[in-house]
Each structure stands twice: as C-alpha cells, then as structure tokens.
Design a protein around this ligand. Structure first.
Ligand code: ATP
Length: 206
C-alpha cells in the first residue's frame, strides 16, 4: 500500500515550516529526506508518524503501519539487549527477535544491560527494534548517528531487505547510505515563506 501525502503543511510552535508537501512512498521503495539543519525534516517525520497534527493537508496509508525511530534510541537501560527486543516485540504482538539480532550483529551482546552499551551499540539495538515491530513503513530520523562504517552497511542491508519484502522507508539523513533505487526528496522545495519562529514552541518540556 502506498503512502500518499498531499498539500501537507507542518509546523513547530504553530508556525508553518513546510507547506504543500506532496509525495508518494510506494511499497518496496525508499525515499531519502534531504535538507540543511533546521529545514523541517524532523517536523515532517513527526507529523507523518502522528506525533503532532498537520496544519493542513492529507496523509493516507500510514495508520498503524509506521515504525518510527527518532534521534533518541528509546531503550530501557535496565533491561538487557534481548529483553529490550522482546519487550518491543510484545508491544506489537510478536515474539521472534532472532532476525533483529542477526541483522545488527547483536548476538554477542544479548545479555548486556542496554545502559552499559556504547553509543554505536545502543544505536544498533535501537534500529534492531524496527525489525521486531513487523510494521511495513519505517520512518527514520538520522538513523546512522554513532554508527561506524560497518554498522552503516548493516543498516543499509536491513533497509534493502525490508524493501525487498515489500516494506518502505522514509529516511532523513545527511550521509549517503548507498541504497539501491532510493529516491531523494529535498524538503527545501516546500519551505514556508514565513520565518517567524523566534520564541515559538509547542513543547511543554524541552
Ligand atoms: N520544539 C520546538 N519548538 C519550536 N521550534 C522548534 C522545535 N523543534 C524544532 N524547532 C524549529 O523548527 C524548525 C525545523 O526543525 P527540524 O528539527 O524539523 O529540522 P531538521 O531539518 O530535522 O534539522 P536537523 O537536520 O538539524 O535535524 C527549525 O527552525 C527548528 O529550530
């Protein structure tokens, strides 16, 4: 099923950041979100993932189908690697964590507390959570932060395997992941004309 976004307007603090955002993300495809710092990639992903409402426009094909990975790894530090994955699998009504351990080479770390992992190991575990969700649409915000070259390749292979099985991915990243057949969406083309963000915030706690 294709994700279709039409004339979407996304905002922070009530101020439009991107307007008239329109694109399709077909099953089995990947779209790389590009744009300079502060251009609105995170705001767009948060809106598509349902974490904040759009100001206008239409989003189709996302309901209960998205696995969202933000800047934070979202790990439970006092649970082990395998306990973290089992927890997330259970949240999505699933139990098989072996493919996730395989994809991110986590077998040697299964009994380690997540809080004791290195930054790159935490990121690998955070990304491994995507596989246990069973969700077909991955929305990822700077997924390769802290990853070494080898781990970036692991991640790219996981995305390509996901695409090959009919999944899709929308990825905000500043690096070239080397994904075959990925398209690029430059958010700069949707930049709102207003630049009135100073002081505005929609967060209760920063
Ligand atoms: N909580 C917030 N409240 C108000 N404005 C915010 C908030 N978070 C981000 N912004 C502003 O919204 C705009 C878009 O930010 P966003 O995080 O979406 O950009 P980005 O393209 O993801 O940037 P980066 O590449 O640095 O991660 C920026 O001007 C930013 O300063």
């Amino acid at each position: 099923m294709t994700v279709s976004v039409h004339d979407l307007c996304v905002a922070r603090g009530g101020v439009p950041i991107l307007v008239d955002v329109t694109f399709d993300l077909a099953a089995g495809s990947a779209l790389i979100l590009q744009g300079p710092n502060g251009s609105g990639k995170t705001t767009l992903l948060r809106t598509l993932a349902g974490l904040q409402p759009p100001l206008a426009g239409h989003i189709e094909g996302c309901e209960d189908r998205i696995a969202y990975a933000a800047h934070s790894d979202g790990l439970k530090s006092m649970l082990s690697v395998q306990e973290n994955l089992r927890f997330w699998a259970a949240v999505f009504g699933r139990s098989d964590i072996a493919p996730a351990l395989d994809a991110f080479n986590l077998h040697d770390l299964t009994d380690r507390l997540a809080g004791t992992l290195s930054a790159g190991q935490k990121r690998r575990l955070g990304l491994a959570r995507l596989l246990v969700t069973g969700r077909p649409i991955w929305m990822l915000d700077e997924p390769t932060v802290s990853l070494d070259k080898n781990a970036v390749q692991m991640f790219a292979a996981a995305v390509e395997a996901h695409m090959a099985s009919g999944g899709s991915a929308l990825i905000a990243t500043h690096i070239d992941l080397g994904l075959r057949d990925a398209q690029v969406l430059d958010v700069g083309q949707f930049k709102a004309s207003s630049d009135a963000l100073a002081g505005a915030s929609d967060e209760a706690f920063l």
